[in-house]
Design a protein around this ligand. Structure first.
Ligand SMILES: [Zn+2]
Length: 121
């Protein structure tokens, strides 16, 4: 977290030269409008920088959600259900219609998901 914070402070310093250069370049314009243009240019660049700084760490191991009284998507068995919420680039944390699988079918689904994962170090 501290590392991210310092990175963020450095990123803010990087916006200083952009602001300075654009304000000089547009010195004929009113200060207000020159600042608007400078912030627009900064926003176009730093949206991506900020996205990179605050990118979420990937779950290295599967994060499971367990729910009682669910119907298995594969075999229809009713009982305790499991689903993988997050695993590397697989993310179903905002799934509106989560699918659960029984104890027997969850391993097959886990293998299927594992085959689709992009391995990231
Ligand atoms: Zn099942």
């Amino acid at each position: 977290m501290l590392k991210k914070y310092f990175l963020y402070l450095i990123r803010w310093q990087l916006s200083t030269p952009i602001l300075a250069i654009v304000l000089l370049w547009l010195s004929d314009m009113s200060t207000l409008w020159a600042t608007v243009v400078a912030n627009l240019i900064g926003g176009l660049i730093f949206f991506w920088v900020d996205k990179f700084i605050f990118k979420k760490a990937y779950a290295q191991t599967p994060l499971w959600e367990i729910s009682d009284n669910t119907k298995c998507e594969d075999c229809g068995a009713v009982g305790r259900g499991y689903r993988i919420v997050e695993w590397l680039d697989y993310n179903r944390s905002n799934d509106k219609t989560p699918e659960y699988r029984c104890e027997k079918c969850k391993d097959k689904k886990m293998e299927e998901v594992s085959g689709k994962l992009k391995k990231k170090k």
